[in-house]
Design a binder for this molecule. Structure first.
Ligand code: M6R
Length: 608
């Protein structure tokens, strides 16, 4: 979703802002803008569409200044046009804002009636700009005005504020929308995403909710909403610029699919103990936890939810404990009955998804212990869970999640192994899972090596209008995830069902125009699944099969088969998903869609 960048320092601000905006492009946006404060005057330039439009507009008369703010907007209030793009101005005040001001309509009416303010855009952000401007007339500093304004606001915000009459200062505030400060000797960078500051500095401070940062070149002070000083620990970000570049691939998505052998090795590194048949996760080191918990409650959205759904099968088998799973967007308002001894598993790549974060807070409010499976280091979920594990998948730039899904599933296996071994899982079974995990990087590589074959299949099927994915047991969540991936990046309508459910309705859709992607690798339900396959064939359905290497019998059903290596039932679903990532990717390329930034989507959904 929206991205924020700010700079105050000795260098020219404009290149820093543009570079930061480009690095956050992956988050999804529909307009972009910058504001630079120089010699007591702020110049705003903004454009609808991609950053390249903004860069062209800036080229002729690049605004000067060592202090500036920038923004990529993903429209919430008002259409994605230039007027609604950020930054927004109200007299001497200029702001960029992520989040939603929920009471903006009431505030706007009051600003019009009482203060005769006029508005140029349809946005909630412009209302906030006016509110700060009104407060600035009666307060002695910019930060005091920002505080006074934000105390009247309901909703979420990550906001950066400039004041023409305080040209040496940049003020930032946060509630429910991520914001970090990058610190160097003579500059402060502000960003909603660490990728925007990499290469400038590796020293960061994460702002907490209801905090205001007052920044000058190389210095900052943080206060809370009662104007009390706050101290924060500085963190070192380990990311390198290479991690957010395409490394020679045409798209980030392909790079992220192809680098999975390495990211899998990274998540496993130092966490497996073959002799004891278990995993070693610091966040689960208290043995009491194995006996205290009575069930798991998994929460996530989108792909993270599907990883949790697959995790339900895996965790129940490894630990003998029941697993409930819910969409975060449902959980947060449902007033669910939650077992006080459940362990809340919070699954999220970004660690900033609004519904997931709100559900985590709801669990904490009820004193439920929480454990995060999180990719982005230092993200809000990572900082708020009671314990957790980082997924170490590295930055996932493409909007569609691939390597993070794989890591989230492996995360469930690691959690299941450790809790299972602490409870009833026999050592031999634990050792078998450890071995299966150790074999994964090479097995995934062997599937990636088939990409030319998968690309040919994608070309063959790219013009289908409807696709149905069918899988059973652990392959049912894989079918859901595979369908989501195809929808997201190729815009083809795709559905997924548990294959045993097919004859309860979806079978009516089967005809030669429907592509059915069917998972039938060797496993304990192989024969039962085979009868579902017969049912599709009998109705003339067009089949693309995913099977186990060496299974020649599949050729009787279709000439279009992708083979995956024979594997443990615990890792088979991970392997079965990898060719589906490549398939979706190549279909999207064939159809000419915007693979890394598909229409209407945002990388991290930080608003409800
Ligand atoms: O950052 P999160 O894992 O919390 O994000 C959850 C979903 O928004 C995300 O997985 C989304 O479904 C992706 N576009 C999937 O490719």
């Amino acid at each position: 979703m929206c991205g924020i960048i700010g700079y105050i320092g000795k260098d020219k601000a404009l290149p820093v802002l543009l570079d930061g905006l480009r690095r956050m492009e992956y988050r999804g946006y529909d307009s972009a803008g910058v504001a630079l404060l120089d010699e007591g005057k702020t110049t705003v330039v903004k454009r609808q569409g991609k950053i390249v439009n903004l860069a062209v507009a800036l080229k002729e008369h690049p605004p000067a200044g060592h202090l500036g703010i920038g923004h990529t907007r993903w429209a919430t209030h008002g259409v994605p046009n230039e007027l609604n793009a950020h930054p927004h101005q109200a007299g001497r005040i200029t702001i960029v804002h992520n989040g939603i001001i929920e009471n903006y309509a009431e505030l706007k009416a009051e600003l019009k009636a009482k203060h005769h303010r006029t508005f140029l855009s349809d946005t909630d952000t412009e209302v906030l700009a006016h509110l700060i401007a009104v407060e600035r007339d009666t307060t002695k500093s910019l930060e005091a005005a920002v505080l006074a304004a934000l105390l009247q606001v309901e909703g979420t915000f990550g906001v950066l504020v400039l004041d023409d009459q305080e040209p040496g200062k940049l003020v930032a505030a946060r509630r429910g929308s991520p914001l970090l400060l990058g610190i160097s000797a003579d500059a402060i960078y502000l960003a909603s995403d660490a990728t925007a500051v990499i290469g400038h500095t590796d020293r960061v401070v994460y702002l907490d909710d209801d905090e205001i940062a007052v920044c000058t070149p190389g210095k900052y002070d943080i206060i809370d909403f009662e104007a009390q000083a706050r101290q924060h620990e500085e963190h070192k970000i380990e990311l390198e610029l290479g991690a957010i570049e395409k490394a020679g691939y045409d798209h980030f998505l392909l790079k992220e699919i192809m680098e999975q052998p390495r990211t899998i090795a990274d998540i496993l590194r130092g966490r497996l103990d073959l002799e004891a048949g278990t995993s070693r996760l610091g966040g689960l080191s208290d043995p009491q936890i194995y006996h205290d918990i009575t069930r798991f409650l998994t929460i996530g959205c989108g792909t993270a939810y599907y990883a949790g759904l697959l995790g339900q099968y895996l965790l129940e088998r490894l630990t003998g404990l029941p697993v409930d799973i819910e969409f975060a967007s449902e959980f947060r308002y449902r007033e669910p009955i939650v077992d006080g001894r459940a362990l809340g598993l919070i699954i999220t790549q970004s660690g900033e998804t609004a519904d997931t974060l709100a559900s985590l807070r709801e669990l904490k409010r009820r004193d439920i212990r929480t454990f995060g499976l999180v990719n982005v280091i230092g993200s809000s979920v990572a900082r708020e869970v009671d314990g957790g594990m980082y997924l170490h998948a590295g930055p996932e730039i493409s909007v569609a999640s691939t390597k993070a899904f794989t890591a989230q599933v492996i995360g469930h296996l690691l959690v299941g192994l450790q809790i299972g071994r602490g409870r009833q899982l026999p050592i031999t079974e634990g050792q078998a899972v450890v071995k299966a995990l150790q074999a994964l990087p090479a097995q995934v590589q062997s599937i990636l090596d088939q990409r030319v074959h998968i690309q040919k299949l994608a070309k063959k099927f790219a013009r289908h209008k409807n696709v149905m994915y069918l899988g059973r047991d652990t392959l049912y969540p894989v079918a859901l995830e595979a369908a989501l991936k195809l929808k997201e990046i190729s815009y083809i309508h795709a559905e997924a069902y548990a294959s045993g459910e097919m004859k309860h309705g979806p079978v009516a859709l089967i005809d030669p125009d429907l592509l059915v992607i069917f998972f039938n690798p060797k496993n304990s339900l192989y024969d039962k699944t085979r009868s579902n396959l017969e049912e599709v064939r009998a109705r003339g359905g067009r089949l693309l099969l995913v099977g186990t290497e060496g299974d020649e019998s599949l050729k009787a059903f279709s000439e279009d088969i992708i083979y995956i290596p024979d594997s443990s039932p615990y890792t088979q679903p991970i392997l079965a998903n990898i060719p589906m990532q490549l398939f979706a990717y190549y279909v999207a390329v064939e159809r000419g869609t915007d693979v890394d930034q598909p229409r209407n989507l945002a990388k991290s959904v930080t608003v409800e």
